[in-house]
Design a binder for this molecule. Structure first.
Ligand code: ADP
Ligand code: MG
Length: 253
């Protein structure tokens, strides 16, 4: 669902740069994601996709540039106040390739505990919300199960529910299905598609070209730490402007 809205973008990156020592990993990256938009981020391994995603919630601190999420702006070359950092992070949910669930806690507690710790919700409220979200990702019957008893696709859906439980304004996904076989990956992609249809603002790093083409509103192709091209996914798939994009698409489609 495209919902560009008229207000400020949900996510805006301006001239983001990131180096590890002498190694420049992101160079002059600017990006603007409207509320309700779904961006797919593709490109070869090492292009900087994960680093860019991690910069959005400052899991990785950019060397320079500014990051805005839902009205909270951080100038990364200034001192960052803990309150600003917390405000930004509270707006961003993130789902990784590895699900990172707590193995010694039930599925329900995995989703409830962060709400209690981060948002100060009561245990009862947090568990109510966890039950509701488990229903939403199709796992209402798994509440009292332990993660190890769930399939990879189920664990990833639990990880999505856990992120949603903190009421993020935007969701970031870093190759959420690449550790899963295709059938289990599809369960996860279906949940992501529903989330997109409900109007969640999402940035998805993915190798799933079908998802990029059919679900995303906007495609961003990265290579060597920069944005090679961006635009309507169908346009880019049918007529990539850069030879590097063509080469990449030939290899993956
Ligand atoms: P992608 O997700 O597109 O495969 P990454 O963002 O993971 O790319 O990596 C981009 C580049 O940054 C790679 O050359 C990688 O080796 C380097 N890089 C990523 N994280 C670090 C780090 N913590 N320290 C040093 N180099 C890193
Ligand atoms: Mg990556």
């Amino acid at each position: 669902m495209t919902n560009l809205g008229t207000g400020n973008p949900a996510i805006r990156l301006e001239n983001v740069e990131k180096s590890f020592g002498d190694h420049v990993v992101l160079q002059n990256v600017s990006l603007s994601v409207g509320a309700g938009q779904v961006f797919a981020l593709i490109g070869p391994s090492g292009a900087g996709k994960s680093t860019l995603l991690r910069c959005i919630n400052l899991l990785e601190r950019p060397t320079s540039g500014s990051i805005t999420v839902d009205g909270v702006t951080i100038q990364t070359d200034h001192t960052i106040k803990p309150k600003e950092l917390a405000a930004l992070r509270s707006r961003v949910g993130m789902v990784f390739q590895s699900f990172n669930l707590f193995p010694h806690m039930t599925v329900l507690r995995n989703i409830a505990l962060p709400q209690q710790r981060v948002l100060g919700r009561s245990r009862a409220d947090a568990e109510d919300r966890a039950h509701a979200l488990l229903g939403r990702v199709g796992l209402a019957d798994k509440a009292s199960q332990y993660p190890a008893r769930c399939s990879g696709g189920q664990q990833q859906r639990i990880a999505i529910a856990r992120a949603l439980a903190l009421d993020p304004k935007v969701m970031l996904f870093d190759e959420p299905t690449s550790a899963l076989d295709p059938e289990l990956g599809l369960e996860v992609l279906t949940v992501m598609r529903e989330l997109a249809d409900e109007g969640m603002t999402m940035v998805v790093v993915t190798h799933e070209m079908q998802f990029a083409r059919d679900v995303s509103d906007h495609l961003v192709v990265m290579s060597d730490g920069g944005i090679l091209e961006e635009g309507d996914p169908h346009d880019i798939f049918s007529g990539p402007r850069h030879a590097r994009t063509r080469q990449f698409l030939r290899a993956v489609v």
